[in-house]
Design a protein around this ligand. Structure first.
Ligand SMILES: Cc1cc2nc3c(=O)[nH]c(=O)nc-3n(C[C@H](O)[C@H](O)[C@H](O)COP(=O)(O)OP(=O)(O)OC[C@H]3O[C@@H](n4cnc5c(N)ncnc54)[C@H](O)[C@@H]3O)c2cc1C
Length: 605
């Protein structure tokens, strides 16, 4: 093929999710720069299933919004295949997620730079995270009544993503702080300020005035949708291939002997189409976990041991593609409330109550449909097992790592976790939150509080690789859940701590019987079986195109450029080489904002 470069774009962005739309907005700020976004899903503007906070979770499994992936059977979890929801359509996963807005601790962000990524450090990252945000302070009386605290300087006041505290807090969550304080946990004034170990009342990416979810589409795209002639966004445009010419003449292994990418192939309205970049233009993959690496592998960029058996010519030998994935798991311990007149999200399952809540929302933007999870804590290994046992467990794990037959990179990454575990005042291990509803299927009319355990730093780590040349075949997602015994111990001990929390402070008066797993589950083995059988992904998977030096298995450089290419970058969750003790949105907006500045200042275009 001979692309007509005069019709081309400066930037083609694959995927209109969190990262893709952040980049699209920032790169098109210069009217002289042309940007094309290709998004496989729909637009979803003004869709109440997305916009209304109380509708959270309702579109999961619906293929108009969700890719509905599944993992391969997990041998350490009774061969279960785990559901793997991922957002489809403008906003990507930010249109279907749980709207939890927080950030990692300073030490974790600095650790990313420490792995060999100059320029990546907490100070800079925090600057970009604040740039993405406009935080609305809560009303003082409401804040005082609900113990909502924050540090104004930690927040942005003019960024695209509107954030706030939820304005409807279930009474089921009210005993949270007194109960957890009784167990020795300390209050965190604002977990977005760089220290997050302890107890806090959480924030969401919801616009305080409109009470609408603020997805990346609402934040970074909608305000400029008809304002910038240099920005083109195609929805229902599924990118099927990164173009890599075999002909030296047409797509030369040009500057510095690197491979150039002339553009992409995509499908729209049943037709196969092409989009090209101008000379010195770039293709940026922001297709999210599992998809960006799929496009790399299909283009012949990856591990020959994966590509050759599928008959794919290896264009760049990059064995790190598809590796280093780390996923976090969530599991629930649910209690029935003694007082069934307390309002919780369980009410939404009753049609008359939901109709009334929607009417109130439509009229006043108040009530149950504005509900959010507010009760959070981040606990350490010391909190779980006490300092002596924690030190013992860490020492055993550290010895296993140093003596084991693992790659240097793997050891280095695990040692970051070990250092975190040894500094519990800086880095937490398990988030425990109070979700005002049953985790799975409730008995209608009953009310529940579910303590959600959410393990932040699993040692188990896996892969995602293509199994077919057909882009429509989902890659094999294999997070190796429960492979590492340390992880299993954390699941067991956290469940025990949750049970203590549920009987502490004011919870004794509020919570009735434990329904799930129920008191018949007692031994360590029984608890672990429960977690294996009923946990779910937290949807925070990192890895598969890790930002690391190439010799350490890296796929992208600190400038997020794919090694061996001139003009191909990855900007999304796939580039992160480590997990974080926070939900990823806040952190990832920082990555995408920084990436935009890196790209603008690079000489490619
Ligand atoms: C159910 C759920 C709940 C979550 N809850 C929270 C939460 O409460 N708080 C939090 O901080 N984070 C949460 N997350 C995680 C967070 O939303 C994601 O980490 C983040 O959105 C990832 O951003 P991304 O840019 O990597 O990918 P995405 O935002 O997922 O965007 C990728 C986009 O690429 C598109 N795409 C994929 N392949 C192609 C292709 N071949 N051609 C064209 N387009 C393509 C997709 O359709 C999608 O729109 C949740 C995620 C999920 C799924």
């Amino acid at each position: 093929f001979a692309p007509d470069k005069s019709q081309g774009y400066d930037y083609i962005i694959v995927g209109g999710g969190l990262s893709g739309l952040t980049l699209a907005n920032r790169l098109s700020e210069n009217p002289g720069t042309s940007v094309l976004v290709l998004e496989a899903g729909s637009t979803h503007f003004d869709d109440p299933l997305i916009d209304i906070p109380g509708n959270v979770g309702m579109v999961l499994g619906n293929s108009s919004y969700d890719w509905n992936y599944v993992t391969v059977p997990q041998p350490y979890a009774n061969n279960r295949s785990f559901q793997y929801h991922r957002g489809k359509g403008l906003g990507g996963s930010t249109s279907i997620n749980y709207m939890v807005w927080n950030r990692p601790a300073i030490a974790e962000l600095d650790a990313i730079g420490g792995l060999g990524n100059p320029g990546w450090n907490a100070e800079d990252w925090f600057r970009y995270m604040r740039k993405s945000e406009t935080f609305t302070h809560p009303e003082p009386e409401f804040a005082a009544a609900n113990n909502l605290t924050f540090i104004p300087e930690a927040h942005g006041d003019s960024g695209p993503v509107h954030t706030s505290f939820p304005i409807f807090i279930s009474d089921a969550q009210k005993p949270w702080e007194p109960a957890l304080s009784e167990l020795g946990l300390l209050r965190v004034k604002d977990p977005l300020a760089g220290h997050n170990v302890g107890i806090w009342m959480g924030q969401s990416n919801v616009n305080n005035k409109t009470q609408k979810r603020f997805s990346s589409s609402e934040a970074y795209y909608r305000p400029i949708a008809n304002e910038r002639p240099n920005l083109t966004v195609w929805t229902s445009a599924f990118v099927t291939k990164i173009l890599v010419s075999d002909h030296q003449k047409e797509a030369p292994q040009s500057r510095e002997g690197l491979l150039s990418i002339p553009g992409v192939q995509y499908q729209k309205n049943g037709e196969t189409k092409y989009a090209y970049v101008k000379d010195r233009g770039e293709v940026i993959l922001s297709a999210g976990f599992g998809r960006s690496s799929q496009l790399l592998e299909l283009a012949g960029i990856g591990d020959p041991r994966i590509l050759e058996p599928l008959g794919i010519d290896v264009k760049i030998n990059l064995p790190g593609v598809g590796t280093g994935i780390i996923d976090q798991l969530l599991w629930g311990v649910s209690y029935e409330l003694k007082n069934s007149s307390i309002v919780t999200l369980d009410d939404i399952k009753i049609p008359e109550l939901k109709a009334a809540a929607l009417a109130e929302y439509d009229a006043n933007k108040t009530g149950l449909m504005t509900i959010g999870v507010t009760a959070y804590s981040l606990v350490t290994l010391d909190d779980l097992v006490g300092h002596r046992k924690a030190t013992e467990m860490i020492d055993i794990q550290a010895t296993k790592i140093s003596r084991g037959n693992f790659s240097q990179t793997q050891k280095e990454k695990w040692n970051v976790i070990i250092n975190g575990l040894r500094n519990p005042s800086e880095v937490g291990l398990v988030e425990i939150s109070g979700f005002p509803a049953f985790f799975t299927t409730a008995k209608i009319g009953k009310k529940y509080l579910t303590f959600l355990g959410h393990y932040q730093f699993p040692f188990s780590s896996g892969t995602v690789h293509i199994v077919s040349k057909d882009v429509n075949v989902q890659p094999a997602m294999d997070p190796h859940y429960f492979e590492d015994n340390f992880d299993s111990q954390v699941f067991i001990e956290s469940t025990k701590l949750i049970r203590k929390m549920a009987r502490a402070g004011g919870f004794a008066d509020v919570l009735g019987d434990e329904i799930d797993p129920g008191m018949r589950v007692q031994s360590d083995e029984e608890i672990l079986e429960y977690v294996k059988n009923f946990s779910a992904t937290a949807y925070h998977t990192v890895g598969s195109a890790q930002m690391l030096p190439r010799e350490k298995g890296g796929v992208v450089s600190p400038e997020l450029k794919v090694y061996g290419t001139n003009n191909l970058r990855v900007v999304d969750m796939s580039v992160l080489p480590l997990q974080f003790s926070s939900h990823p949105m806040g952190m990832l907006y920082g990555v995408a904002e920084k990436a935009a500045d890196i790209i603008k200042s690079s000489i490619s275009v």
